[in-house]
Design a protein around this ligand. Sequence first.
Ligand SMILES: Cc1cc2nc3c(=O)[nH]c(=O)nc-3n(C[C@H](O)[C@H](O)[C@H](O)COP(=O)(O)OP(=O)(O)OC[C@H]3O[C@@H](n4cnc5c(N)ncnc54)[C@H](O)[C@@H]3O)c2cc1C
Length: 342
Amino acid sequence: MAGTEGSPVVIVGAGVAGLSCARALAEGGRRALVLDRAHGVGGRCATRALEGQPVDYGAVFLHGRDPAFLAALDAVPATRLDWPADVHGSGPPCQPEAFSPGEVRRAFAEGVNAFPRHLAEGLELRLQRKVVGLVPGDGTVALRLDDGSFLETEIAVLALAAEQADELLATVLPAPPAVAAARALLATASSHCALALLAAYGPAAPRPPWHVSYPETSRIVQLVSHESSKRPGSPLLVLTYQAHPAWSRQHLDDPDWPRHVLDEAARLLGPWAADPRTAHPHRWRWARTDLAAELARPLLLALPGGARLGVAGDRFAPGGGIEAAWRSGRALAGRILAGEGA
Ligand SMILES: Cc1cc2nc3c(=O)[nH]c(=O)nc-3n(C[C@H](O)[C@H](O)[C@H](O)COP(=O)(O)OP(=O)(O)OC[C@H]3O[C@@H](n4cnc5c(N)ncnc54)[C@H](O)[C@@H]3O)c2cc1C
């Protein structure tokens, strides 16, 4: 796939949106190069190892209803689970539509990151490359990287959280009308943040009888994901706690937030939950898009000089979340392949 001919569309962001865009471009015969500042692919569709176990700490399961999206999930060569099957509590889910009739829910024993890793197969990818600026030129746009180098392309795509895309759009100076309009659109709402704590407990810890809990009595913890239930036979109990958006916003810069979450876990689950043998905190500054902020489709902007700039990501398709990210990437690829804005 990486050998497809032509000058590459350069995509900033190897999350689900950027990877689905690159794949669809490659399927349409157009070369794509994907850059990401991180060490691995997937962005917020994130899995890491804790005590040797894969643990999801962004979205803890995948859900959707678009048959094409579900087929893309089915194509992942990983151990597929209909998870969560046992849901506890009546607190608000992160994405309420995840449990609406007709919605299909999936997880992988290897972690949700198996999905973006599969999307990335065969693509041209450069990791640990942070883009810090955009400079429109004559028929091209130059992407400035944090090592001071530039990468020129006729078509660039920003496949990022909307706030991160806006940061890069702000570097296009003076802002042409299309960029100013895009920034105005993005400024109409902001994404929720989320604090996530991964915790592994010793073999004596009791195993909760559910896959996911949405505690209705907590102002701190929105969700407890029983991660080790995705891996039957796992010797340790592993949980991921996700804090409510409002509480996360208040405590984003509080160094003691993991302690508060564990104290709340003890109140909800029992005293044992206060003392995991290993814990790993993660701050998501831009976790999920506000449902009221969703846009109907990705943007494809014409820059002065003739280059084109696409903007995709979870904000740019109805429904939000991973399914929307995937759909926005494919929709943008379709518009690029159709020569829109050229
Ligand atoms: C705690 C949490 C819970 C969630 N729960 C759900 C849920 O229940 N259901 C659901 O559907 N979704 C959920 N989501 C949201 C879902 O994970 C995202 O909507 C989706 O993964 C976004 O994909 P994306 O490709 O648009 O963006 P991202 O995954 O954010 O990808 C953007 C990529 O760009 C990279 N990047 C950023 N800036 C730069 C730069 N300047 N240069 C180079 N690279 C850069 C990042 O490293 C990242 O890899 C949750 C997310 C979190 C964090």
